[in-house]
Design a protein around this ligand. Sequence first.
Ligand code: OGA
Ligand code: NI
Length: 382
Amino acid sequence: MATVSVSGSDRLRDLQAFDDSKAGVKGLVDAGVTSVPYFFCHPLDPLPVAAPSEDDDIIPVIDLKKADIDRGHVVAEVRAAAELVGFFQVVNHGVPGELMEEMLAAVRRFNEEPLEAKVPYYTRDNARKVRFNSNFDLFRSPAANWRDTLFMEMAPEEPSPEEIPAACRDVAVEYTAAVRGLGERLFELLSEALGLPARHLGSDAGCMDGLSMAAHYYPACPEPEATMGTSQHSDPSFLTVLLQDASGGLQALLEPPRRWVDVPPVAGALVVNVGDLLQLVSNDRFRSVEHRVVATSGAGPRVSVACFFRLDYSSTRSYGPIVADGGARAAVYRSTTAAEFLAHYNGKGLDGRSALDHFRLAAASNSSTPERAADGRTYVAI
Ligand code: OGA
Ligand code: NI
């Protein structure tokens, strides 16, 4: 396995050849590779991984049914999770278990179809609502990830049926509708957790206006310690609802002490995590926590489906910290627009740096007692 001896132009040529195959990581595995090609090799991460028993219940599992009986308690649970951990799991969330299983099966079915069936969807053209590719940031990131992904932009306008691969056409639409229903409830709870009216984040601020689905397929890897399923990143969404199968491998970066903690598969549960934009509008109260997926050599592929509640890319509204108390808590971010945020995120790739740093006010990050910025626009409530 070569690592450092590959010059820039050779690397580009090799990436291009891999991309031109349109067969993704699954294609490499099907071709029988016994080691990981060098451009998938990641430097070793020195951070420790917590033993499963150590951090057993650090990622809370919240029973949403309890909100009917004691709403204040569930709001407090959601607030604590969003502030301290950035991740939680939900049960009794209203998305039928059967639909979750069907969604995972459909993603697996699509990826395991013959190459000819998948090739028409393989593209890096972001103008297309449905895009299949391996590593959206293949040509920009320092190292490629051991996964293939089917992206679908489901809201504000879903793709026309024929744009969606037949293998997951009906189920993707049905699953999205169910997750949007859950999203409404989650944004109500999160709004209340911030002391805002229940409808604020979802209905008024537009945190649910856009929805992207990323259906990931992580083939079993012959050399899992050399690469990553998904490298360390935080999500560019307001909120992410993740469906994962029983394989495991998702880890969140928590501190102190700084360590990787498993987000274990819980039967019937959905994983929820705060994204960068919710950290921004909550003015750092809620945490967008970095996470990753380790590659595994397990018996089969791992499948997951991430639904990102995101900006409506065509919206021109600006998003900044919501300062409900008239400025007693100074804004630590400047406002941004959908176009600016997206351009910044896409230009960056999964490089391990937070997209939020770009929007953080210098005065706020350099001072332990942040001052009110001179620029009044940073206080715009969304
Ligand atoms: C993502 C992500 C985790 C997973 O798509 O942003 O973090 O389990 N996915 O696939
Ligand atoms: Ni993520």
